[in-house]
Design a protein around this ligand. Structure first.
Ligand code: KG4
Ligand code: ZN
Length: 357
């Protein structure tokens, strides 16, 4: 019996310090042996958002024991680890540098290969953890910093079909939460408040809904929420606005996902049609339910990583490490942190005023 690769993953791109050990079973399915995530909610609460320098300081304080804890929990020894995979970007440079330096130092002192991982590639491959999933598949990546439809062709081969031209979806949830005076981190609390409200109460815009293919836009929606939030008189209206926002997002994703399905099919002519939704916003239960229903209607298999693997974690980084390890795709120890790092490097930059769709 050949020894299965054992990969240590490290993640520190934003406000989660995380480490994980991943291997694979006899059937070649990636298995998570440990997955330790330490969030910094308490550090940033009073500022209403992530403060990069405080985040970096917290990563430095915790990374050592988070990695130790991940190794202990896995039941494995340092000697048994085959490679170290650290997130190198995209993200906050002061934060990325902590996990990246730690991973490189670990690799250097233990004389093991080092693998630099794109955080978005981690989200893209996260549904492969604990289950069998072959390429190609369509991915909707919805997180705090990114919102994209991608055709995942193979490891390292991504074709972007659509992206947000302004705010990311998680950012829209977070900003709406702030306007509704929900305590940080408020994005995920919107769907809880929305349950108590009337989704038909406020008519909100759906920017670029009838143009721009499956590109997305949420900035106009945020401006509308800002205007209405100033006139809100009681809690019930707050719940109604949360419900209207949640409903509008579902309608936007419904329509844009159908367009993405068509583009994906044109590009791949796939035998099996698979749709993966990953990133922090994929934890939204109503969005999940709506997209599952759409998949049934359009004959797609819907795949969602478990909730604990939707948000930032290091198991997904180790997952990419595992695939790269098998192909011997190692990196030198002078690999830089890359605060901006697109998955599809050929895709046009589509942000800011004057974007042509
Ligand atoms: O993937 P993630 O943990 O970090 C990034 O890479 O950005 O995503 C975090 C984002 C935040 O914007 C958060 O508000 C959003 O995911 N989020 C949610 C929910 N849970 C997390 N948004 C809507 N509904 C949720 N249940
Ligand atoms: Zn993320």
């Amino acid at each position: 019996m050949n020894k299965k690769p054992l990969i240590l993953g490290i993640e520190s791109s934003c406000d989660e310090t995380a480490a994980s050990l991943v291997t694979e079973n006899e059937q070649g399915i990636p298995i998570v042996l440990s997955n330790i995530v330490s969030s910094q909610e308490d550090v940033h609460k009073e500022f209403g958002g992530v403060v990069p320098e405080l985040a970096a300081r917290s990563h430095i304080e915790k990374i050592d024991w988070i990695v130790k804890k991940a190794i202990n929990k896995s039941g494995k020894k340092i000697d048994e680890i085959d490679a170290i995979a650290s997130t190198a970007g995209p993200g906050l440079i002061v934060c990325l540098s902590v996990g990246l330096s730690f991973g490189k130092t670990f690799a250097f002192t233990t004389n093991k290969p080092f693998i630099a991982v794109n955080h978005l590639e981690g989200h893209a491959l996260s549904p492969k953890l604990n289950s069998k999933l072959d390429y190609p598949y369509l991915l909707l990546l919805i997180s705090g910093g990114h919102s994209q439809y991608l055709s995942v062709q193979a490891l390292g081969k991504y074709k972007r079909l659509g992206t947000t031209i302004d705010d990311a979806l998680g950012e829209a949830f977070d900003k709406t939460a702030k306007l509704l005076e929900i305590e940080f981190p408020g994005g995920r609390k919107i769907e809880v408040l929305a349950k108590k409200g009337n989704p038909e109460k406020f008519e909100l815009p759906k920017p670029i809904i009838n143009k721009g293919g499956c590109n997305l836009s949420f900035a106009g929606l945020k401006t509308a929420v800002l205007k209405i939030s100033k006139k809100i008189k009681n809690d019930q209206e707050k719940f109604d606005l949360a419900a209207s926002f949640q409903k509008t997002i579902e309608e936007i994703l419904y329509k844009k996902t159908i367009i993405a399905f068509n583009e994906f099919e044109k590009m791949n002519n796939p035998k099996e049609k698979k749709f993966v939704v990953a990133g922090g916003v994929a934890a939204n239960k109503k969005i999940r339910a709506m997209l599952m229903k759409l998949c049934k209607e359009k004959d797609y298999q819907s795949i969602f990583p478990p909730i604990e693997l939707c948000g930032d974690n290091a198991a997904m980084i180790a997952m990419v490490g595992l695939e790269k390890f098998k192909l011997k795709l190692f990196n030198d120890l002078d690999y830089p942190a890359k605060p901006r790092w697109q998955l599809d490097e050929d895709a046009a930059f589509l942000k800011g005023a004057g974007v042509q769709l």
